[in-house]
Ligand binder design. Structure first.
Ligand code: PHE
Length: 342
């Protein structure tokens, strides 16, 4: 073998061995490659070393240097590959499949959203559709068309933020009654969820911005019987077999008006902290749509009658889930939210 042939063979061994070591994915394959190239007895590096003896004397230093380089590089390459293959194997050995998986917070529906959705399902079954309206309203829709006399004390409970120019933040979802009556002719059955605003302090039972759900049913021959039976049916579905009671009340846009209470589900009516000792939970305001409201919206009050209600899903969520303070609903603390949502 002359020097040229020796160098060519050294290059080939280096190249092939490097590829074999790098390509070995496990310890057995790597060991087979080690024996083929670096094996003491039949390895190709050993054969190259034997060939060194037949090289002409003057070429020996160059050939010897090349041989040493190849052997050193391949020994190092093998060692580093071996530790990589071993650590990969030991990763597997340490895997503990009995460890519980790390839990990920995926987000969940807010309790008020859960309540709204459940109410929507019940009223859809009763033939209601869902409608919405603007949160920035005109005084006419929020008050005038709803039969609030100017300077009437009922306005006190509806203090709100007035916007620049004309308009205000709506204090209830009732203006959407008027918008619906203007938009579609009776028969009408709509459910109107939305956010409303009041000048209330943020305390354990009040928030300055909160959700409401309005209901409106208008047709020929609708009476208080329809109001009572529909709302009783709703209470039965939503609260289970709870008893209800209707108390006379006042709203400018309904006549007669009534508040509906549901027997407290926590104490069963004997009185507890959740119902403030009364045995009843106030759920909603309701009444027969005032003829002036129908007329303001362009609906003939001699031909049509209707009933309406408005309720606060946050209040309902509080009594249903036994939440002591309404502000918790607005904190967005996931530790609280995940206790209620799955
Ligand atoms: N809009 C009334 C309120 O916010 C609730 C209500 C709606 C009462 C519809 C009667 C009929 O207090």
């Amino acid at each position: 073998m002359d020097l040229q042939e020796f160098i060519t063979e050294a290059d080939a061994i280096e190249h092939e061995a490097a590829a074999a070591f790098q390509g070995a994915a496990d310890a057995d394959t790597l060991e087979a490659a080690r024996i083929a190239f670096l094996g003491d007895r039949h390895g190709r590096v050993k054969a190259l070393q034997d060939a060194l003896r037949g090289i002409a004397k003057e070429d020996k230093p160059a050939a010897g240097k090349r041989f040493n380089d190849v052997r050193t590089r391949l020994t190092e390459l093998h060692a580093s590959r071996q530790s990589a293959v071993r650590s990969r194997a030991s990763d597997g050995a340490c895997e503990d499949r009995s460890l519980p998986p790390r839990r990920q917070w995926r987000g969940a529906k807010h309790p008020v959203t859960l309540v709204i959705e459940e109410i929507e399902v019940i009223f859809r079954e009763l033939g209601f559709t869902i409608a919405e309206g603007p949160e920035a309203e005109t005084e006419w829709y929020n008050f005038g068309a709803l039969n609030f006399p100017p300077n009437h004390p009922a306005l006190d409970a509806h203090d709100t933020l007035y916007l620049e120019g004309e308009g205000l933040l709506r204090t209830h979802t009732s203006p959407v009654q008027v918008r619906t009556l203007q938009r579609v002719p009776p028969p009408i059955r709509v459910l109107i969820p939305g956010t409303v605003y009041r000048r209330d302090f943020f305390d354990a039972s009040h928030a300055p911005a909160f959700a409401q759900i309005e209901g409106l049913c208008v047709d020929e021959g609708i009476s208080f019987v329809d109001l009572k039976s529909t709302l009783n049916r709703f209470a039965e579905r939503f609260f289970g077999a709870a008893r209800t009671r209707f108390r006379p009340s006042y709203f400018p846009f309904t006549e007669p008006s009534a508040e509906m209470d549901v027997q407290c589900g926590i104490c069963g009516g004997s009185g507890c902290a959740a119902c403030k000792g009364t045995g009843w939970i106030e759920i909603l305001g309701s009444g027969m749509v005032h003829p002036n409201v129908l007329a303001a919206a362009g609906v003939d009050p001699e031909r049509y009658t209707g009933w309406a209600f408005g309720m606060g899903p946050a209040r309902i969520a509080i009594s249903r889930y036994g939440i002591p303070d309404i502000r918790i609903l607005y904190d967005s603390d996931v530790r609280f939210l995940e206790q209620i949502s799955e």
